[in-house]
Design a binder for this molecule. Structure first.
Ligand code: GRF
Length: 248
């Protein structure tokens, strides 16, 4: 992770520049584990001086992301799913927490719970997920291992709207990396994660600014972003610089 001070070439935008995002926003981020995407979001918001009210919710008390959020003074909520009798009861409690917060957007950033259709009914259109593959390829788990086993040349990450079907929903943006001959799961996942940390902030801020509209099931950029610093300009596809590491 890069620090806020050197993460963005135009960090001189930090300060009273919340016009880049409109009025103050309320962002709920759901995490289960490490929370590196949460950190990337937070660091990006800090670097650009965005005024965000955060709510970080985790279903795992051991989540490093939750501990990190607490350390950084963000509002946190632990909802341990083991404390609930059923999936529905957990989802109801989670939905109640989120509704009380009234988020502009809910971001699933490594939230390892399948949510019930009733939950989605309450948050339709308000929720995105980051997934470590180029959807619709490799929904589910162990995406990097499966990509290596299949010998694909391209892999990556996707930010998409959440719908009741797991790892489906309209694609907001994707990041593409090359798969290299010497890659193992660890190396490939690190290359993808580096791109996730750029992709998630870019997609989140574009949605919060209202620059994207869902038209016939596809997210489209419907507003000029030429007044924004370059690293905030939304791009539906980010490409890793080492895409072609093994030219023939
Ligand atoms: C990321 O790879 C994300 O795409 C997936 O879970 C992982 C979470 O990592 N949904 P972190 O907790 O953000 O470090």
């Amino acid at each position: 992770m890069t620090s806020p001070s050197n993460a963005h070439p135009s960090s001189h935008y930090a300060g009273a520049k919340n016009w880049l995002l409109g009025h103050r926003k309320r962002l709920a981020v759901l995490v289960s584990g490490r929370g590196s995407n949460l950190q990337a979001l937070y660091q990006s918001a800090s670097a650009h001086g965005f005024a965000i009210d955060w709510l970080i919710v985790s279903n795992q008390k051991e989540s490093y992301g939750l501990a990190w959020a607490l350390e950084h003074g963000l509002s946190t909520q632990l909802l341990n799913h083991r404390d609930f009798d059923s999936r529905e009861a957990f989802d109801q409690a989670l939905a109640d927490q989120l509704k009380a917060f009234e988020p502009d957007l809910v971001v699933l950033a490594g939230f390892m719970r399948v949510l019930s259709p009733a939950f989605f009914a309450r948050f339709q259109g308000l929720m995105i997920n980051i997934h470590p593959s180029l959807l619709p390829s490799y929904p589910g788990l162990q995406t990097h291992r499966r990509a290596l086993q299949d010998g694909v040349a391209f892999h990556g990450a996707t930010v998409h709207s959440v719908t009741p079907e797991l790892d489906h929903g309209p694609i907001v943006a994707q990041a593409v990396v090359g798969v290299h001959a010497e890659d193992d799961e660890y190396v490939l996942s690190a290359r993808v994660l580096e791109m996730e940390h750029r992709l998630l902030p870019m997609a989140t801020w574009a949605l919060l600014r209202g620059d994207l509209q869902l038209q016939k099931g596809r997210w489209l950029l419907t507003r000029s972003q030429s007044n924004l610093p370059q690293e905030l300009q939304f791009s539906q596809c980010l490409v890793h610089p080492l895409l072609n590491a093994n030219p023939i």
